[in-house]
Write a protein that binds this ligand. Structure first.
Ligand SMILES: Nc1ncnc2c1ncn2[C@@H]1O[C@H](COP(=O)(O)OP(=O)(O)OP(=O)(O)O)[C@@H](O)[C@H]1O
Ligand SMILES: [Mg+2]
Length: 218
């Protein structure tokens, strides 16, 4: 990994491909021989019965971390973490998140952290995903879709990150089509130019077969 020993994978919103991109980065590092830890401050939506973010991250990275070590807060309802915590009668503790992330990083050569939703999602009533990213200090990888609407969402995210003094390592567009349309190609170039950032593209992956994934280096 060119950047420090870690990366914080955020995105323009929920369901944009953060876990897939984080998994691809983790898999790339692991395939290069690094011991990789993964981290996700809070997972919500466990009730939905699909593979959890922490499970895919663990599978891709080859890590032996427990659910608890990867994601210290886990909730059933598919809600914002601050609300999911409230519904469970608790509050997410920022200090516990920082300690857990540091502990995870301490046991590995590199750490790949995935945020929750976008940068301004509250983890606790007055502690945003962006605050955690700032506290951890890893450069950001901003995940976005390749299609219509992505220029605005991505540039807003870059502005929000940089406005808080965060370093953006790159943007990753996913899933990048085999035959990108003129709009998709133009989006990639426009984000690179207006955002002053490298824009990577991740093709559609067979999530069941990490060994088939192309390398994703930042
Ligand atoms: N490159 C890709 N290859 C295969 N599937 C992809 C790819 N990019 C995105 N997807 C699909 O898009 C959907 C959302 O991806 P993902 O779960 O990674 O989003 P997310 O941003 O992590 O969501 P959340 O906010 O819930 O954490 C999934 O169904 C995923 O399989
Ligand atoms: Mg995810």
């Amino acid at each position: 990994m060119a950047v420090a020993q870690g990366v914080f994978v955020t995105g323009t919103g929920t369901e944009v491909g953060k876990t897939v991109v984080a998994a691809a980065v983790a898999r790339t590092l692991a395939a290069e021989g690094h011991r990789v830890a993964v981290f996700k401050p809070a997972v919500t939506g466990l009730d939905e019965g699909v593979e959890t973010d922490h499970a895919l991250l663990r599978r891709a990275s080859g890590s032996s971390q427990s659910d608890e070590e990867i994601a210290p807060y886990r909730y059933g309802p598919p809600a914002s973490p601050h609300l999911a915590a409230e519904l469970a009668g608790e509050e997410i503790d920022p200090e516990r998140l920082r300690e857990r992330a540091r502990a995870a990083a301490g046991g590995a050569d590199a750490i790949v952290c995935e945020g929750v939703g976008g940068l301004l999602v509250p983890l606790a009533p007055s502690y945003l995903v962006r605050d955690l990213a700032a506290d951890l200090g890893y450069p950001l990888l901003v995940v976005a879709g390749p299609g219509l609407g992505t220029i605005n969402h991505t540039l807003l995210t870059l502005e929000s990150a940089r406005g808080a003094g965060l370093e953006v390592a790159a943007v990753a567009l996913t899933p990048w089509p085999e035959k990108p349309s003129e709009i998709e190609r133009s989006n990639r170039e426009t984000i690179a130019t207006l955002g002053g950032v490298e824009v990577l593209a991740l093709p559609h992956l067979d999530l069941g077969a990490p060994e088939s994934w192309p390398a994703l280096r930042i």
